[in-house]
Design a protein around this ligand. Structure first.
Ligand code: 1GP
Length: 239
């Protein structure tokens, strides 16, 4: 097993919770990074994720290089598609959108990513990605042209997560979508966590320290915070 994934599994086994800050390259200038790094270094974050549903710019390598100069946390690509792959990161969440039935996001983008990935030393972590209905249409839903899973049909979400594990994914990501009105319910987190053995990531619409802790207590191994920190980089001080 590769090191960064092993660390996540180890954290799960020790019940030591992980927190990722999600940075959207579309909303981040290289000149913003220094100030941002200070805030990240003062926060309880254990990981940085970078990526976005609609980014197609050309400053991703530069951004990551700059971030890596001032933050010493593992930096994972969380790509909207295969064009968002940078060799400068440490690892990539190699996502398959298991909640949807759009073959492009189940396998086509992954096939196209192979020649790019082969030129990098990125640690590749296969991740079953499940978009859950969250009260509004999110960017992932729009861009992937898929419907999220019914937030009330917990059994089906558990079954989908388990299928993801049986297919060989190493992580399951329960996603309400960036800026979601409703985060994934605690009941769903609890039941999915009990259905699978692999680590569980939860994100989308989480906006307070209490919500982070509730997600952890329900069984999330890692929580992802994007919008709350993006809107207010003192978020972790106020928590
Ligand atoms: C989105 O799960 C992440 O992919 C984070 O969501 O921006 O709502 O925190 P937020």
């Amino acid at each position: 097993m590769k090191e960064l994934y092993t660390n996540i599994v180890q954290a799960k086994n020790e019940n030591s919770k992980l927190l990722a800050i999600l940075l959207d390259p579309e909303k981040l200038l290289i000149s913003d990074v220094k100030n941002l790094c200070k805030k990240i270094n003062e926060s309880p974050a254990t990981h940085i994720f970078i990526g976005g549903s609609t980014y197609n710019g050309n400053h991703l390598d530069g951004l990551i290089k700059e971030i890596k100069q001032c933050v010493d946390l593992p930096l994972f690509l969380f790509p909207g598609d295969y064009k968002q792959i940078s060799a400068e990161a440490d690892a990539i969440l190699f996502l398959s959108l298991l909640s949807g039935r759009n073959a492009d996001y189940l396998i086509e983008h992954q096939v196209n990513a192979v020649p790019v990935l082969e030129k990098t030393k990125l640690e590749i972590i296969p991740t079953g990605y499940l978009l859950i209905e969250s009260g509004i249409e999110t960017a992932v839903e729009r861009v992937s042209n898929t419907k999220p899973l019914d937030r009330n049909n917990i059994n089906y979400v558990c079954q989908t997560a388990k299928a993801g594990e049986l297919l060989g994914n190493k992580l399951i990501y329960l996603e309400a979508g960036s800026g979601a009105k409703l985060a994934v319910s605690l009941e769903m987190i609890e039941q999915v966590a009990q259905s699978i053995q692999i680590p569980l990531i939860v994100g989308g619409g989480i906006r307070s320290k209490k919500e982070i802790n509730d997600a952890f207590n329900a069984g999330a191994d890692m929580v992802v915070i994007g919008t709350a920190f993006e809107n207010d980089n003192t978020f972790f001080e106020l928590c």
